[in-house]
Design a protein around this ligand. Structure first.
Ligand code: MG
Length: 343
């Protein structure tokens, strides 16, 4: 195959937990959702770890410290040490330390996770533009972040401070639904200054670099629920990825994925770590996986057969992605997706 884009999910003859040394796991929608562990996450992660796979938890949320995230995971039944948690606060702190002199003052617009990460890199958090900061670090501050922090950031940036953001996710999931994320807060400062921040978080390389540096992973597998952060981050880092359908991505979104958003593997939930992965076989102009066959007939995406719905989805991915080439599949996927009965 000479094409530069992925035209179907890959197969794996061995369980993914054996084929890869480290799982780089997204948290929300993968391990937990709304304060509860995702179904099958606790047992699957325990089995993968007992089998020798290193587990690391990679979050774009800069608010909480690794200690706090690890404590939360352990409460849910997913034993984790602070060293197993990598945050976008750590990634942005390293990015800043690479560019600023040791001991540089940094105005913090964010929470404790960001302050701790900056101190760890020898930078000095300050609270006002009047403290003459060399840079501004902006991360998710949660509901308690006062508006005045944006004012301080704007004054500091207009005064010549360089501007860094942990991540630019526009929204953040919460127990009460979708809320404004750090990307929305970054827009506030951008509007006031006309400046552009350097960004560390997924899907950008600083976050992936931080993760690989901290875990020492030789053959990592990114595991996530979001195409434009987790899966694109893996694509940008040149590593394989597993999409799980327990979060924000459903079958229709996956079928419409552009090339950099196409995961290496797709499975229903974290049980997919413990199994091999079937590969859709090309049969003429159709894709077959398990008991399912998918093809395009008269510009209509058609799915026939039965069996494990995930196999049907893998066959559909092959057909939709091949049809899309390096673009986005414009075929109507509603009917074949409904046939799968997923979600
Ligand atoms: Mg997620």
């Amino acid at each position: 195959m000479s094409q530069q884009y992925r035209s179907r999910p890959s197969g794996s003859g061995t369980p993914l937990s054996e084929a890869y040394d480290t799982a780089l796991l997204d948290l929300d929608g993968v391990v937990y959702a709304g304060g509860h562990a995702v179904a099958h996450a606790v047992e699957s992660l325990g089995t993968a770890r007992d089998g020798g796979m290193r587990l690391a938890y990679v979050t774009n949320n800069a608010l909480r410290t690794p200690d706090a995230v690890a404590a939360h995971l352990s409460e849910l039944g997913v034993p984790a040490e602070p060293a197993d948690v990598i945050t976008s606060a750590q990634a942005v702190a390293r990015l800043m330390a690479d560019q600023l002199p040791p001991g540089a003052r940094v105005l913090v617009v964010g929470g404790e996770g960001l302050r701790v990460a900056l101190r760890e890199r020898g930078l000095v958090p300050v609270e006002s533009a009047d403290d003459d900061p060399a840079a501004v670090a902006q991360g998710f501050g949660g509901p308690d972040l006062p508006w005045g922090r944006f004012t301080e950031a704007a004054h500091a940036i207009r005064g010549g401070a360089s501007w860094f953001a942990s991540n630019t996710d526009l929204t953040i999931p919460s127990a009460r639904g979708i809320a404004p994320g750090n990307g929305a807060a970054v827009e506030v400062v951008r509007i006031a200054t006309g400046a552009e921040p350097q960004v560390a978080g997924k899907p950008l390389p600083p976050m992936h670099r931080e993760t690989v540096l901290r875990t020492g992973a030789k053959r990592p597998l990114v595991v996530g629920d979001r195409l434009d952060t987790d899966i694109e981050g893996a694509f940008n880092g040149g590593v394989d990825s597993l999409l799980v359908l327990t979060g924000v991505t459903d079958a229709a979104l996956l079928l419409a994925a552009e090339p950099r958003h196409r995961p290496t593997y797709v499975d229903r939930d974290l049980r997919g770590l413990l199994t091999g992965q079937p590969e859709a076989a090309v049969e003429g102009d159709a894709f077959r996986c398990g008991g399912w066959t998918a093809a395009v007939r008269d510009d209509v995406l058609v799915l026939e057969g039965d069996g494990d719905p995930l196999d049907g989805l893998r066959a559909l991915c092959g057909t939709a992605w091949t049809h899309a080439g390096d673009g986005v599949c414009g075929l109507d996927t509603a009917k074949p997706v409904a046939r799968l009965g997923l979600g």
